[in-house]
Design a protein around this ligand. Structure first.
Ligand code: MG
Length: 297
């Protein structure tokens, strides 16, 4: 199931992508009330398998041919971040062999973790301002893991049981700000610097998260094209490792690192950082393409 969140009268509303279009769940529930169907993605995630099953059954019971007022054309909706209120956004640095190679960094012995805050979240097709404090904004396509169950001291072998689903993310990075101190957070958590979406895709649709193609296009030109199988630490290893130190909560997001092809990885004379007017689309196989339009602050 592909879940999304869109804006309606300034509020976030839950939608479900189907072949016939996007179901506006709020509107569908007006016509076909059901007391146990949530209209907020965080409630779906926190409701666990029981709520997800009811949601699937509810959507299957609807008329999806496009004739009903609750069916929307995906091209017409204004996307919100696919994940609206994660209690944590945990990012993994230097998690791809070829990306570590291009930035001339040694392969880490332990996962390198840093964080973003909810101010950084942005949605598909959203405009993100290039902040005046940076001249070196870079793209990083990443597989996002959405946690589905409270996780502490999880074994690697059981780690994927704690996953709700996956999403496409872009770990936007202000390299000049990131690199001037030892801690990366300032350069990583600028407003809008965590595009997430268009969808959260439930895990039943993803056979193996450690074998997914990921790409980045800048103004239509392919810049990153790799596969999650180049990750140094797999999805299972990351979830298990993080859960040894902090309790992961339903709705938490792990951004698993980026492959080679970032602007920082080019020779200095070829580095042209993102500018107002640029359009960046990142995509992870089976999770959807996520576009960000850059504007001047
Ligand atoms: Mg990254």
């Amino acid at each position: 199931m592909k879940l999304l969140t869109f804006k309606k009268n300034g509020r976030n509303v839950l939608g479900v992508k189907t072949e016939g279009g996007v179901v506006d769940l709020e509107k569908a529930l007006e016509k076909h009330p059901h007391p146990e169907i949530p209209t907020d993605i965080m409630d779906v995630i926190q409701g666990g398998d029981e709520v997800l099953t009811k949601l699937k059954q509810y959507v299957a019971s609807l008329s999806l041919d496009g004739s009903e007022a609750y069916m929307l054309d995906e091209a017409d909706i204004t996307f919100a971040p696919a994940l609206t209120r994660p209690s944590k956004i945990i990012c993994v640095g230097l998690n791809y062999r070829k990306h570590a190679d291009e930035t001339k960094a040694p392969y880490p012995e332990y996962p390198v973790l840093f964080n973003k805050f909810p101010n950084a979240l942005s949605g598909h097709k959203q405009e993100v301002a290039i902040p005046k404090v940076t001249e070196r904004v870079d793209h990083e396509v990443e597989l996002g893991i959405v946690i589905g169950k409270k996780a502490k001291y999880v074994k690697k072998e059981e780690a994927l049981d704690y996953v709700f689903g996956y999403c496409t993310t872009n770990d936007l990075s202000a390299r000049d700000v990131q690199k001037r101190v030892s801690q990366w957070m300032t350069g990583k958590s600028l407003d809008g610097f965590a595009p997430v979406g268009p969808y959260v895709v439930t895990k039943d649709e993803i056979e193996n998260p450690n074998n997914l193609r990921l790409t980045t296009k800048v103004n239509g030109e392919v810049r990153q094209d790799s596969n999650t199988k180049d990750m140094i630490f797999s999805c299972e290893e990351l979830i298990s490792y993080i859960s040894q130190y902090m309790t992961l909560e339903p709705g938490d997001l792990i951004m698993t690192g980026t492959p080679e092809g970032v602007i920082l990885g080019k020779p200095i004379e070829e580095r042209v950082y993102l500018q107002p007017g640029d359009v960046v689309t990142v995509e992870v196989e089976n999770l959807g393409a996520l576009t960000t339009k850059f504007v001047a602050e």
